[in-house]
Ligand binder design. Sequence first.
Ligand code: NAD
Length: 388
Amino acid sequence: MNTHNHHQNTSANPTDLLDMKAAVVSGKGADFEIRSLKIRQPKGDEVLVKIVATGICHTDVSARNQYYPVPLPVVLGHEGAGIVQAVGSEVKDLKVGDHVILTYGYCGHCEECYTGKQPFCVESYERNFGGCDTDGSHAIFDEQNNPINDHFFSQSSFATLAIARESNAIKVPDNAPIELLGPLGCGIQTGAGTVMNALEVTPASSFAVWGAGSVGLSGLLGAKLLGASTIIAVDIVDSRLELAKELGATHVINSKKQDPVEAIREITGGGVKFALETTGIPAILTQGVNALGRLGKIAVVGAPPMGTPAEFDVNDLLIYGKSIIGNVQARTTPKKFIADLVDLYLKGDFPFDKLVKYYDFKDINQAVADSHSGVTLKPILKIADAAL
Ligand code: NAD
């Protein structure tokens, strides 16, 4: 039963529009520009969220650069975390004041959603990259009331206020550090969830991660949680390999300095059992497949531009029984998995805070540059208290 009807405001009447600030991308590859905009109130199953902080993921940058074409001008941001400000009339389980992590959008009524595989929802592309709601409408407007493309990952959370749906807003305990948790909505759940739910790493096995960035290192944390005993990190940046060791890597390989395929074969006595590709570079996927042992599995989450092919020897796959598994997000129900990751973090078993560096919202372009150059693994923009 909905007990908070007095908070509802189902109208999209322009007089109800709320003032907000958001980072707008107006051209392919252009800088983010913080602008004064307006957002409508939530309706139906929507919630309006005051954004406390939002992580920056490579997918935001890929969308800005149009590797993933999204209509412009657009408000990006898809690792938002904040506090519910208002709820629509159909919202059942969330109320004003709840702390929430925002994740990707899904329809909830296709075969994949019914079977707990929400990342593969049939409406995934339109709900996450469409630039508007599924009915073509917008929630964000400029000062002349012209719509701005929004609903990026059903949230557009590079903003002080965001509209999400109840289904993609995950309630977290009030005592959890909400400013830290946004990246669990995408990058961090992708690394850990792919290892835990797609690769299903087994105890005492060997695991290699290609790319020790935020997705790769959260995958490494997942492999450690599942009990892999040989954990290998491959990267070209020594500081990232040092952090990988701190987080549990038993071996690190700088692939600029040694052949990673030979090194992995030597460490594992023939080839690794489980692997995760996070660089998005097709030649690295080829190395990843080559470094697998018999019945080895590699999951691919690193994302190159659309249409990028990769090479492998077909007979190598069949003679050794190797598997290549594509994946997005955590391959499971986000409401449960993200809540589980919060719980593991609070117990000290999933220290993803070691990957994070905070930036003020106004420094968004610096944060993107630092992430690109490798200075910062996972930037989080502090939005609620930002000086704008
Ligand atoms: P990142 O830049 O932090 O990590 C990539 C890492 O690869 C870096 O540490 C980099 O030094 C390393 N690298 C680059 N070239 C290399 C090489 N030749 N050999 C070895 N390592 C090399 O990025 P991230 O935030 O961890 O994201 C990784 C990828 O995952 C991106 O492509 C992103 O778009 C994608 N992603 C996919 C999903 C999904 O659901 N599939 C979700 C989030 C992110």
